[in-house]
Design a protein. Structure first.
Length: 128
């Protein structure tokens, strides 16, 4: 998700020899990296938020229109690059009951991302 703030700029057009107002928007795309590469961005934010809401990775993936395998791959790649587990899963029995929840590190990562995003959005909104 890109965030935007807009402002009007006045400049003198040399080709049409008059003042022109142009709306320019400040945008940013945020992601978190380690020395191992990309760890966390909007896609993982949506996935982990859905896991918190639904209690299962399968349900979260389904809600987001992605396969379970793709969702699992995103989690495993992030964990490998982050160096810590961000999701813990619980196997179900014969009657189901499996689930998933964020680890302490997963919650910390999600909260840090949201905190940075909020700060950058506030700065972007002040640019006029």
């Amino acid at each position: 998700m890109k965030n935007a703030s807009s402002c009007l700029y006045l400049f003198r057009s040399t080709s049409i020899k008059r003042d022109v107002f142009v709306e320019i928007k400040t945008r940013f795309k945020l992601w978190l990296e380690t020395e191992n590469g990309y760890v966390f961005g909007e896609g993982l934010l949506q996935l982990l938020s859905k896991v918190q809401e639904r209690g299962t990775l399968r349900g979260a993936a389904e809600d987001l229109g992605m396969s379970y395998r793709h969702a699992w791959g995103k989690i495993k790649t992030a964990e490998r690059r982050f160096g810590k587990p961000i999701l813990k899963t619980h196997k179900g029995g014969t009657s189901g009951g499996g689930g998933a929840e964020l680890t302490e590190e997963g919650i910390m990562l999600l909260n840090k991302y949201l905190e940075i995003k909020k700060t950058l959005t506030q700065v972007s909104d002040r640019i006029k």
